[in-house]
Design a protein around this ligand. Structure first.
Ligand code: SF4
Ligand code: SF4
Length: 178
């Protein structure tokens, strides 16, 4: 029969010896490898009781930042969405109304801000593009979810807790522990 490539290798159909037919040497060899691993340091950890140290350059779940007075920093300029290579960010801008100065730092704010975590590749370009220090990637990660919709994070999921009213929640959102 004509070969399709020049990488054809003839199969060795040599009859098995008596020892090979017993399979015992092969079984003992396999068991020896298994036992040799028992005394090695285990790479698995007991999550969630145990947690691994994150790398200093780890980029996790996004956080929408507030200023020191608890006002939203985002001014809905759209630079993060333009910078995003995965087109994961969607937003709608709105004008700040008189009396809302304690809620929004700038005259324009994001009435809707969504990040699709299934599209996101955690590259951090949105964080770098933001001129207002409003979005950054924290040291936590998006928890598992049962639906695709559950991975579309809205403003209520992303906004950092108010530093004035909830400092502990703020530290936890940043992946710190106080
Ligand atoms: S981390 Fe990268 S992929 Fe994810 S939202 Fe930001 S820019 Fe887009
Ligand atoms: S997060 Fe930053 S870059 Fe994105 S819309 Fe808000 S202010 Fe602009």
């Amino acid at each position: 029969m004509q070969a399709l490539t020049n990488r054809v290798k003839e199969v060795n159909r040599k009859p098995m010896s008596f020892m090979e037919k017993l399979y015992l040497p092969a079984i003992f060899k396999g068991m020896a490898i298994t036992f040799s691993h028992i005394f090695k340091k285990k790479p698995t950890i007991q999550y969630p009781e145990q947690k691994r140290e994150f790398s200093p350059v780890f980029r996790g779940l996004h956080v929408l930042n507030r200023d020191e007075e608890g006002r939203e920093r985002c001014t809905a300029c759209g630079l993060c969405a333009v910078a995003c290579p995965a087109e994961a960010i969607t937003m709608e801008a709105a004008e700040r109304l008189p009396g809302e100065e304690h809620l929004y730092r700038e005259e324009k704010y994001a009435a809707r801000y969504e990040i699709n975590m299934l599209r996101c590749i955690f590259c951090g370009l949105c964080e770098e593009a933001c001129p207002k220090d409003a979005v950054y990637l924290s040291e936590t990660f998006a928890p598992a979810n049962y639906t695709r919709k559950g991975f579309v994070y809205g403003k209520e999921d992303l906004l950092i807790p108010n530093p004035k009213t909830d400092p502990q929640g703020l530290a936890e959102a940043r992946g710190q522990h106080i």
